[in-house]
Design a protein around this ligand. Structure first.
Ligand SMILES: Nc1nc2c(c(=O)[nH]1)N[C@H]1C(S)=C(S)[C@@H](COP(=O)(O)OP(=O)(O)OC[C@H]3O[C@@H](n4cnc5c(=O)[nH]c(N)nc54)[C@H](O)[C@@H]3O)O[C@H]1N2
Ligand SMILES: Nc1nc2c(c(=O)[nH]1)N[C@H]1C(S)=C(S)[C@@H](COP(=O)(O)OP(=O)(O)OC[C@H]3O[C@@H](n4cnc5c(=O)[nH]c(N)nc54)[C@H](O)[C@@H]3O)O[C@H]1N2
Ligand SMILES: [Mo]
Length: 770
């Protein structure tokens, strides 16, 4: 159980909305999406009382530059344009933002911060949209209204009083649009710090670093057209039906076309079975389902690298009798390190590969056959691959396998990580990077006439540790819910409480407003669905999806309150207050976001002629050098990697636990206590376990268990009274939900390769409560 207030008061386990109805578990055998999804959406629209506005807004979502971008996941929009490209969860995220409920000054007057601290996370967000800026009053322990001007002044005063700009840290959650992002990093760098942690530090940092090292680009190279042309799709470590539901459409289309679809996941998730394509109304009416998988492999948690190396070994073995198995010309012309990699594969025994992957040689070879039989293959992955100690090595291993058959830089092929937040990729493109390149800083300095610092800044874990030490005194959360999303909940909370000032720019009340510094501000902003009026008219912002497409998003709803400001305007207000002598035309930028875009066009690679190109019907695709076979690596070629296989087999008596999302949640926002596709109702404090592991421990379904995690430094963290659910998961593996389980992730347990907290590989023991 987590603790609050520097470890003194215990918090209730973080649960969703349902007042304890009895939990249910019945394995799910229906197709993904389809009518189950439609029913769930209707329920939510009714609950949020947006049955009229909701559907109207949804019809404007993801349309060619005339609507707003879905604030949900980063899956790209349908290339065919006008089709209704929506999903159940996208609709949930939109209605969540459009709720008619409001949190005004009367609410804050009625409830002290201490009182609100005892509320569940669900109840906090369920109060509705924030309506005006608030400041914490320590005398009364209440948030009280503050004028925007005074809020900015307070921020400016505290920042100006710091000994060094590195005593401030500026977090970004991946919903922030590109224009606000650019201004935000400009403010930080003009102040003199690269302390720009973001949610990507907990999410896809490993993917960026792995791809950068192998291919000289931090992003995937495949786009949706490639997905439509691939002969084989390998889907790794993603729960697509819940977290990137529009991928189901691509999978169903691929299946119809006769493509092979291989899912690699310790759990057989709903997307690995069959679907009713969510926006295909005829299929909906006829209950017509399509398969979305041709092969499922269930590696142990952390076993992917061994599995991929096994596939590479099988490919190399096959090439001895069939030389065309390898793309020799591609390897010779475009890669380095092939001989070393081949030797490494040959010297890794099948026994070791089977043990470490948890998959039999026969099944690994089966997957390799699929790969060899396909002319064009795409490998797609998400957190199941990235949130590990060896996430970078695994991503590089995937690239190794792609390189063997020349599956990079041509149609229908390539690496294709599935990003999380709708604009997390755009944030990085537009400068949110605690390790900026010299090139970028030089360009920023020249165009914006500032003198940015070149020493690297703090990422998410680094920021938490620095706050804990007292080295960082000002924390700004630009969206997100840092207090719950970050690892080691009590440690993170203690760190936030040590700050001089915490500032949260948010749409809804959440835990991060209650776990605050000595001084604290809540700055409420417009949501993506809302009209952003500025001096020169209604403004749009741009976003970038998982496949490097940049397009405009225009809100259409009346703002939730007349006192809200847009995110760019909030950044400008903060910047002006903290940089009174700044020559950056902050106010002028806000009058018309085209002006921000004109500056961005000069600073950012691939954004030339930004204002015109972003207004093209589907926006534009940022040039991807690796796609054109230009590899910006030290060698100028795509680089094979030869990392040693990690030992991921749990020690005797222990299990490896991965944290993940339920179907009915958006990261720290929990919509209900149900996880439909996994057959769970009214329960979040659960742990999925293998039946044999349960039997060995004398645990039966719904038995209460205690979970104890042992960190690398030997420290112990635990959760009590969770309910065990027997699940089809490999032996030695267990799984449960974030953010409740973040208390188990020790602050020091981050990857030495990516600095990402290891959220998918926690060493635990699980015992029945006696
Ligand atoms: N509805 C909804 N959509 C979302 C989000 C949300 O919370 N709700 N969050 C968004 C964000 S920010 C992100 S980053 C993405 C996250 O999308 P996902 O990566 O799907 O997120 P998780 O729920 O963490 O699920 C991890 C998946 O990896 C599998 N897995 C765990 N360990 C391993 C392993 O070692 N190997 C393999 N191969 N698989 C493993 C799990 O079984 C699970 O299927 O989704 C985005 N979209
Ligand atoms: N154990 C464990 N922990 C994890 C993960 C895991 O798999 N396991 N996943 C990690 C990952 S991948 C991620 S991305 C992080 C997510 O970390 P965050 O991005 O920090 O968290 P979210 O829950 O997405 O943030 C939700 C909040 O964002 C605010 N918000 C919503 N819309 C807007 C908007 O338009 N503007 C602004 N300013 N605010 C808005 C609302 O106030 C809402 O409460 O969590 C990480 N934590
Ligand atoms: Mo994420």
């Amino acid at each position: 159980m987590s603790t609050d207030r520097d470890g003194q008061e215990p918090l209730e386990p973080e649960v969703g909305p349902t007042p304890k109805e009895s939990p249910e578990f019945r394995p799910y055998h229906h197709p993904a999406a389809g009518w189950g999804a439609a029913k769930s959406v209707t329920h939510l629209l009714l609950r949020e009382r947006t049955l009229v506005d909701g559907p109207r807004a949804i019809m404007r979502m993801n349309h060619e530059n005339t609507g707003f971008d879905c604030p949900g996941c980063a899956w790209p929009d349908d290339t065919k344009g006008l089709r209704l490209d929506i999903c159940e969860n996208g609709i949930k995220h939109v209605t969540w933002e459009m709720t008619p409920k409001r949190v005004g000054r009367a609410f804050f007057a009625a409830h002290s911060v201490s009182e609100l601290s005892s509320w569940s996370n669900f109840s906090l967000e369920d109060q509705g949209r924030l309506t005006e800026p608030m400041v914490y009053d320590p005398d009364t322990d209440h948030y009280v209204p503050i004028k925007w001007k005074d809020a900015f002044e307070l921020f400016g005063r505290v920042v100006l009083g710091l000994d060094h700009p590195n005593q401030a840290s500026f977090y970004t959650s991946g919903r922030l649009g590109n224009e606000a992002t650019f201004l935000y990093q400009l403010m930080a760098r003009e102040l003199g710090t690269n302390n720009l942690p973001d949610c990507s530090n907990m999410c896809h940092e490993a993917s960026g670093r792995g791809l950068q090292a192998s291919l000289g680009t931090g992003k995937g190279t495949a786009d949706l057209k490639d997905w439509e042309a691939a002969d084989a799709l390998f889907i790794m470590g993603v729960n697509a039906a819940s977290n990137a539901p529009r991928m189901l459409t691509a999978l169903a289309e691929a299946y119809h076309r006769g493509a092979q679809i291989v899912h690699i996941n310790p759990l057989v998730e709903a997307a690995a079975t069959r679907t009713i394509v969510p926006h295909d109304f005829l299929d909906m009416a006829l209950f017509k389902t399509t398969r979305t998988s041709t092969l499922n492999l269930q590696p142990r948690i952390g076993g992917d690298m061994a599995l991929i190396r096994g596939m590479a070994k099988a490919v190399l073995e096959q090439s001895k009798t069939d030389p065309k198995t390898l793309d020799q010309e591609f390897i010779a012309r475009h890669t380095t390190g092939f001989d070393e990699y081949r030797a490494l594969c040959e010297n890794t025994s099948w026994d070791e590969l089977e043990l470490q992957s948890g998959v039999s040689r026969a099944d690994i070879v089966k997957a390799a056959r699929v790969y060899c039989d396909a002319d064009r293959s795409i490998f797609s992955w998400c957190l199941g691959v990235s949130q590990h100690e060896h996430g970078v090595d695994t991503v590089r291993e995937i690239v190794n396998l792609l390189l063997l058959r020349g599956n990079v830089g041509r149609e229908g092929a390539g690496p294709s990580p599935v990003r999380g937040h709708s604009n997390v990729q755009g944030n990085r493109t537009c400068g949110i990077d605690h390790r900026p390149t010299e090139d970028f800083l030089n360009r920023l300095a020249e165009v914006c006439k500032i003198d940015p610092p070149c020493e690297h800044g703090l990422d998410t874990v680094g920021t938490i540790q620095a706050m804990h030490r007292g080295d960082v005194k000002v924390f700004v959360g630009m969206g997100g819910n840092f207090a719950l999303a970050a690892p080691d909940t009590p440690y993170t909370h203690a760190a936030l409480r040590k700050c001089e000032l915490t500032v949260q720019v948010s749409t809804k009340l959440n835990r991060s407003h209650l776990v605050h510094g000595r001084q604290a501000l809540i700055l409420p902003c417009l949501g993506r669905t809302e009209k952003d009026h500025q001096r020169k008219g209604v403004q749009s912002t741009s976003v970038e999806d998982s496949m490097s497409m940049v397009h405009l998003s225009i809100g259409m709803k009346r703002p939730a309150s007349p006192h809200l400001l847009s995110e760019p305007a909030i950044v400008a207000g903060m910047a002006r207050a903290a940089l009174p002598a700044s020559r950056t035309p902050w106010e002028w930028y806000i009058e018309d976001y085209d002006r921000i875009r004109d500056t961005m066009a000069q600073v950012l690679d691939g954004f030339e002629d930004f204002n015109r190109r972003v207004r093209l019907p589907l926006g534009f695709r940022i040039k991807q050098p690796a796609r054109e076979l230009v590899f910006l690596t030290p060698s100028g070629s795509a680089e094979f990697s030869t990392a040693p296989l990690p030992d991921v087999v749990p020690a005797a008596g222990t299990l490896v636990l991965g944290t993940m999302r339920s179907h009915d949640q958006w990261n720290t926002t929990v919509y209900s206590d149900n996880d439909r596709y996994r057959g769970v109702k009214n329960l979040r404090t659960l742990v999925f376990m293998n039946t044999d592991d349960m039997r060995e421990r004398g645990i039966a379904e719904f038995d209460r268990v205690n979970i104890t995690a042992t960190a690398r430094d030997g420290s112990i963290r635990s959760l009590k009274d969770y309910l065990a659910i027997p699940y089809e998961i490999p032996r030695g593996c267990a799984a449960g939900y974030m953010p409740e389980m973040n208390v188990l992730v020790a602050i020091g347990d981050y990857s030495t390769q990516s600095d990402q907290p290891i959220m998918k590989h926690i060493n635990v023991t699980i015992n029945a409560v006696t």
